[in-house]
Design a protein around this ligand. Sequence first.
Ligand code: SAH
Length: 243
Amino acid sequence: MRHANAYIISLSLCAFFVVRVFACSPSPDSLQFAQQREHMVKTQIESRGVLDKRVLQAMRKVERHRFLPAEYLDYAYRDHPLPIGYGQTISQPYIVALMTEALNLKATDKVLEIGTGSGYQAAVLAEICPRVYSIEIVEELGRQSRALLDTLGYKNIRVKTGDGYQGWPEFAPFDAIIVTCSPTHIPPALEEQLAEEGRMVIPVDEEFYQELVLLVKVQGELKRTNIITVRFVPMLRKDGTTY
Ligand code: SAH
């Protein structure tokens, strides 16, 4: 009887360790995604000249596949934007990295994002900065990305549903503002809520193709530098018309 008990105990211990080992080792899926992510960073981002170490590290860390609808998992690390529902898209990885680098973030910066979408860009920002505020106009997307970012443990991101054209005055001024949808002009509230020496990256001007610009506030005035021509979804009003 004693032997039988000892046998059962050792069997259970073995089973426990087997389960532990399997539970702790990465699944073949996540290994595959990690390899794809590394390849993405090397071939799409570093090779095109994004060199900021913190940006590269964040792009290596954040699991883009977690932010996508299941049917696009196989394309998660490809070199293009992807649909996230509600007629919206998650940006191309290179553009996420380029915009993040252009913000020239410091480890203490407070950042505002307009256009939470999937939450991916917010997660990349939150790997670098201690406070990220993000506004999404589509209620369902706001709710989904908030839930996902909570699940992933991002305690330093606050998401609200609303019209980002108005900014988030309660938490202004911001050291950096990133706009991931495109208005035809710089929203005055965002200009106002940008701190002195603050940086804003925003796609503006034309309706179909826009110029991604960097605006730096110097003695209350915005200094503009064009970065690259891009194509973003338009910035929307609550009634669905565009700004
Ligand atoms: N940064 C996102 C990309 C989202 S695409 C990501 O990493 O996935 C642009 C997003 O801007 C869309 O989700 C769209 O619904 C949102 N948007 C459009 N107009 C807006 C506005 N006025 N205020 C806030 N969000 C807006």
